[in-house]
Design a protein around this ligand. Structure first.
Ligand SMILES: [Zn+2]
Ligand SMILES: [Zn+2]
Ligand SMILES: [Zn+2]
Length: 341
């Protein structure tokens, strides 16, 4: 994940603070194109690969979890832009990776996979700390999930780096990046010019190869979210588009989203009957649809059993829903340890 900035060369252009490879954080004065705006009251049209249910409730994050079984269904590009500076997580990643670039280059040249793993582990751990909203809400409080997520991400990066097919593509990428131009505009973000489409197509090809390798090596089995096929690629494309859309015309922006298959269909959210439960881990409200078995709490990321009846805390009496597969938990309100009966 987030691999596409790592090959960037140190910036040579005199007055530009950021590399053209890192499209950077839009300034406040920049107007965001419509294609970057989140659809808060709209729901992406997608069905659960596990149980077949359609996505029904709005999601606070880009990670769309099934409202009925709690499986990861999809990554919503538009939701990924909600309340964020587009490209921020990329910029942070770029900054962190820049501090280890020479170590990384040496390790790669030696073919030292272990050392690359060690460096990536440092990079992703740091990145996760600085960009908690860029990842699944599960990675922020569930430490076991977080650990597995870092492990998976590191293995993806190493698999891609040591894929011999990538070397030639990287060389082409370097040449293309060197010929991309940024055209200043009056009072707005700079616009990308030069071989942008060739560059975007090559990035797509690199990512397709990368996930092919990741699949062949069985690395995708390490994904703690068990993302359905195609979703990790959609995440990579989303990060890429987030970084570039502010620097393209609206028509080119639409073209880019189509090219990456991110021009999804959305339905307007219609209020629907739900049961409100209290998360046994963090105490926040969870909406349960009739027939839901387990749902991911959007606040703490734990999967909560909403099929069983809530239990009342032995001390404070709060009605709480149990985390799936936990046989006891501390009440988020009073701290009392409660056991599943
Ligand atoms: Zn489901
Ligand atoms: Zn929670
Ligand atoms: Zn309590």
């Amino acid at each position: 994940m987030m691999n596409f900035f790592k090959k960037s060369k140190p910036e040579k252009k005199p007055q530009a603070a950021q590399s053209i490879f890192s499209a950077g954080i839009p300034r406040e004065s920049d107007t965001l194109p419509a294609s970057l705006k989140a659809y808060s009251q709209f729901i992406k049209r997608v069905n659960c690969p596990q149980c077949g249910a359609p996505k029904t409730l709005p999601s606070k994050t880009a990670y769309l979890y099934c409202d009925f079984c709690g499986s990861l269904m999809d990554y919503d590009f538009r939701a990924g832009n909600a309340g964020t500076n587009a490209g921020l997580s990329n910029t942070v990643y770029h900054r962190i990776i820049a501090t280890v670039q020479s170590q990384m280059a040496q390790a790669r040249a030696r073919g030292d996979q272990e050392e690359c793993r060690r460096i990536y582990r440092h990079v992703y751990t740091q990145w996760l700390k600085e960009c908690p909203t860029a990842v699944s809400p599960r990675a922020n409080q569930d430490m076991d999930f977080r650990e597995r997520f870092i492990h998976y991400t590191v293995e993806c990066a190493v698999a891609k780096d040591f894929d011999p097919r990538q070397a030639e593509l990287d060389a082409r990428m370097q040449r293309l990046v060197a010929s991309l131009q940024r055209i200043p505009t009056l009072g707005g973000a700079w616009m990308a010019a030069g071989p942008f489409w060739e560059y975007a197509a090559l990035f797509k090809q690199q990512m397709e190869f990368a996930y092919e390798t990741i699949h062949q090596k069985g690395v995708d089995a390490l994904d703690p979210d068990h993302a359905p096929a195609g979703v990790p690629l959609r995440m990579e494309y989303s990060y890429f588009c987030q970084a570039w859309l502010p620097h393209l015309s609206p028509a080119d922006g639409e073209r880019l989203l189509k090219m990456y298959g991110l021009d999804a269909e959305y339905d307007e959210f219609k209020p629907i009957q739900t049961d409100t439960r209290k998360c046994g881990c963090c105490g926040s409200d969870i909406l349960a649809l009739p027939g839901a078995r387990q749902v991911v709490c959007e606040n703490c990321g734990f999967t909560i059993d909403v099929n069983s009846h809530p239990i009342s805390c032995m001390k404070c009496g709060a009605l709480l829903s149990f985390p799936v597969s936990a046989d006891h938990f501390a009440c988020p309100y009073c701290g009392t340890d409660n056991h599943r009966i």
